[in-house]
Write a protein that binds this ligand. Structure first.
Ligand SMILES: Cc1ncc(C[n+]2csc(CCOP(=O)(O)OP(=O)(O)O)c2C)c(N)n1
Ligand SMILES: [Mg+2]
Length: 574
């Protein structure tokens, strides 16, 4: 025990937990601990909007696997965290949102910047606590770290602002390490026998494979079974794309090869995935999910088993532990199993057919760049091993069929929260977590305006050399596509006709800017961007509209427009 102030207790706990960076916007509510950051070795990254602070902490946590932190002024600052913390929630990302609040004597009086911050964060965190006495600062901060690791998601540390002051006695130590286990003997035996007896076993590798570092085990399992490996939606990094058994992602704008291959499965091992319902919807008019297949689902969070699909076996386990157990069990069942050459050639054939089709979609020679040709040139030019953060939008989604990764923790995406404005902030955090790796942020012009454009100033001020690519199609394309398909091209709020030159604005902000209008320039620009070591913005001027937009996100959720009132009858589609 030592005498210290609660501010010191908080900062020392952060240090004990390995925090070296804190994302946020300066605020009076936490100025007392903020004053200690430099001496504690914590770099404060000052962003333009708190949303980006939380996305950055999330991106940082996703590439490193370690909890990360963001902090904001009470009230409006904390409220600005909400969307980004929800993205982290659905990404199972251990972000700790530190939210100072109104002083304890003012709570409930409607003073300045008062917000009841606990209910605001209730549904987007795995754990939240209000420091109820200054003496408990270190204990409750430590608890947030532990539970963010244990429950795989965000935690909120809510601190009445007067509780930073005073004298307390306190012991500082790090929260316990968390180790997740495997399945029971019986579960593993059953899963192994289901997989060993399958005619067409398929492994569906979810985010848990990447997070648990289970790629080697998944590879061993796939190779033993000669089972193709399909990635879940927006998790293209859960199996190396270059492997002969890799067939790519299912889900929106994914790989038709993956969909055709999983359609043939009689047993699916869904490893490290909650099987989010959006990720298995029909795509390209293919209702590919094999309803008769036996399904083994492995997820670290037992509450997620069987939520969206009927399962034959659910195992609440760590993907790495479980895959290792399975490979051992399978080898003991049959240690002479040979590669299945026929299945390998079938996989190669499916991949070939899909690659040819995708290439034919990506071979436009139109002068105004076709998005698919541009995205193909772009993804081909990115150095192997790059980290790519992707936003939500039509072009960001088109990237799903082109993005290929060599290892885990490389595909950082908005996932099922699906918020426009994710990519740039997350990329900043990812770059700080992996400074030696090129980090790209891919987003549409609309999403870039939500959170991106203004954060270029953050990247410049803080010297975070992310490479942003803005798909500049002068429209909110993904939503425009819905108006094309379901509202006879009556566009309301879908155009962005007066976009500026994002490259010039980037230069004005002190970054490097490139305006790209020709396919032939893409490769050189990407290589220069990687080499220059500065924040870069690539304004990619591409075609938009009906001819080039990919299918809509939610064909499943629309109904024909019905209007009964005379005033609106001309808008009726039935
Ligand atoms: C924060 C937020 N607001 C609105 C939406 C609805 N939305 C989904 S995609 C999209 C259009 C994105 O446009 P842009 O970023 O320009 O990308 P594009 O589709 O043109 O490639 C919108 C508005 C959303 N997902 N998130
Ligand atoms: Mg757009």
């Amino acid at each position: 025990m030592a005498k210290m102030t609660p501010s010191e207790a908080l900062v020392e706990t952060l240090v004990a937990e390995g925090i070296t960076n804190m994302f946020g916007i300066v605020g009076s509510a936490y100025m007392d601990p903020l004053d200690l950051f430099p001496a504690a070795g914590i770099r404060f990254i000052s962003v333009a909007h708190e949303q980006a602070a939380a996305h950055a902490a999330d991106g940082y946590a996703r590439v490193t696997g370690c909890p990360q932190t963001c902090i904001a002024q009470n009230g409006p600052g904390a409220a600005n965290f909400i969307s980004a913390i929800t993205a982290a929630f659905w990404a199972h990302s251990p972000v700790i949102a530190i939210t100072p609040e109104t002083g304890s004597m003012g709570i409930g009086t409607g003073g300045f910047q008062e917000l009841d911050q606990m209910p605001w964060f209730e549904r987007c965190t795995k754990y939240q606590v209000r420091v109820n006495r200054p003496e408990r600062m270190a204990e409750l901060a430590r608890r947030c770290f532990y539970l963010a690791k244990l429950l795989c998601g965000p935690a909120q540390l809510n601190i009445p602002r007067d509780f930073f002051y005073g004298d307390i006695q306190c012991e500082i130590y790090k929260s316990g390490d968390v180790k997740f286990g495997g399945g029971t003997e019986e579960q593993i035996k059953k899963a192994a026998s289901m997989l060993a007896g399958a005619r067409h076993p398929v492994i569906l590798a979810g985010g848990g494979v990447s997070m648990a570092g289970a790629i080697e085990e998944t590879k061993a399992l796939a190779e033993f079974l000669t089972a193709p490996v399909v990635n879940t939606y927006l998790h293209n990094d859960t199996f190396p794309a270059g492997h002969e058994l890799a067939v790519g992602p299912i889900g929106y704008c994914g790989s038709k090869a993956a969909m055709r291959v999983i359609a043939k499965a009689d047993v699916i091992l869904a490893l490290g995935t909650r099987l989010g319902p959006f990720g298995t919807l029909p795509q390209y008019d293919m209702d590919y999910w094999p309803k008769a297949a036996k399904l083994i689902q492995v997820d670290i969070d037992g509450t997620q088993l069987g939520i969206s699909k009927k399962i034959d076996l659910g195992i609440a386990a760590d993907a790495k532990e479980c895959a290792a157990q399975l490979i051992k069990a399978l080898r003991s069942l049959d240690n002479k199993r040979q590669k299945d050459g026929k299945r390998l050639s079938d996989i190669a054939k499916e991949k070939g057919v899909w690659n040819d089709e995708l290439n034919s979609w990506s071979s436009s020679t139109n002068k105004l760049m076709h998005p698919r040709r541009f995205i193909k040139e772009l993804t081909d030019a990115m150095p192997a091993g790059s980290i790519v953060s992707t936003d939500i939008g039509n072009n960001s989604s088109i990237c799903n069929s082109y993005l290929k990764f060599t290892g885990p923790r490389q595909h950082i995406s908005a996932l099922s929260w699906g918020n426009c404005g994710f990519a740039y902030g997350a990329a900043m955090g990812a770059k700080m977590g992996a400074p030696g790796t090129p980090v790209f942020a891919l987003q549409g012009d609309g999403a870039y305006g939500i959170s991106g454009l203004s954060e270029v100033m953050t990247a410049v001020r803080e010297n975070i050399p992310v490479i942003a690519v803005v798909f500049n199609n002068h429209e909110w394309g993904a939503e425009k596509k819905n108006q094309i398909d379901f509202f006879k091209s009556r566009f309301v709020g879908a155009d962005l006709l007066t976009n500026p030159d994002y490259a010039q604005i980037a230069r004005d902000m002190g970054a490097v800017g490139y305006k790209v209008e020709n396919y032939a320039d893409v490769k050189d620009v990407v290589h220069e961007a990687v080499k220059c070591g500065k924040p870069v913005v690539i304004n990619a001027v591409i075609e938009g509209g009906e001819k080039v937009l990919a299918e809509p996100f939610r064909r499943d959720a629309f109904r024909p427009a019905v209007r009964y009132l005379d005033k609106y009858r001309h808008l009726s589609e039935v």
